[in-house]
Design a protein around this ligand. Sequence first.
Ligand code: SF4
Ligand code: SF4
Length: 340
Amino acid sequence: MLLEKVRIPWAVAHLSKEYKVFGPVTRRSYVSFQEIPDGEGLNLEYTTTTLPPKKLFHHAETLLHYHKEDFSAPKLESDQHVLLFGVHPCDLNAIQRMDKFFSKDYIDSYYCRRRERSVIVALNCGVPDDKCFCASLGTGPDVKEGFDLLLTDLGEAYLVEVGTSKGKTMVAKLGLKNASQTHFHEKARRLREASKKFKKQIRMEGLAKQAAENPNHEAWALIGDRGGLAGCFACLSCGNCSMVCPTCYCYEVAEIPDVSLKEGIRKRELDSCQLLEYALVALGQNFRPDRRYRTRHWMTCKFGGAGGQQNTSCVGCGRCIRSCPSHIDLTEVARSLWGE
Ligand code: SF4
Ligand code: SF4
């Protein structure tokens, strides 16, 4: 099916009758997922957002209130269903990994409930930016599953493909024109062109092993302590890289008692293994006291080698590179580990 670009605001407004719709919006020079009830400000030409759409599913929240004699879980957010419009393949891939983590061995009802009430309109990428490298990882620039609807920019219109029954119901309400074989050929041509535009790449196969077998490689000292790898400065332990990473899901849970000591809350907040306190345990022992150990741990996790394995590994969105104040680049670290 085809959705003409001029009809996008109308389509979003129509879908807003049933869903709380979020999409990429440009504010100053940054793009972020914001609520767009009438499609106003929607920017489907975007290359990346500062924070990935995980912010809508996994974020700081109060898990329960407790009182001296009992406790109660706060009501989960409104029952309204959420629609994410314009999610890129790398981010969709990351959401699928997070779904596995939060629903496989231990079910996180807060996360799962939000995901059950969400639908995703994905958007294939036409123009990757100079920090993207999803093509090396098979997580972009196109996507084949995990969406309810999938859009591909064909110029005047988007090709719309259906992924689920929810997606089918949505398009039935939009009354779209049928697409022809020519439109699918044009989609394939545009994606082939997009694949040629990547400036960065990474050789990921075997990289976690390579990192694990080289714990004292010079790369760790350069990025952690001294700087100098491909022009980077030393890591500042700011945690930006993991906060913006769509596959980082670590969080901490804190008990916060009221001053009366008769009640309090249990709160979850996102955490980062790049922060000094992350590996701090009783009696002040810290398993990763130095920045080189923390950057090594985080990167090894992104290479698929830490506890999260494929669920936390990289999808090539490039956000950690864009947001690192020390210009540390995961793809350059990989090159160094490979001896390139
Ligand atoms: S490690 Fe960096 S490039 Fe890879 S998914 Fe996370 S933020 Fe994106
Ligand atoms: S964003 Fe850069 S400086 Fe900050 S913790 Fe990550 S690697 Fe270190």
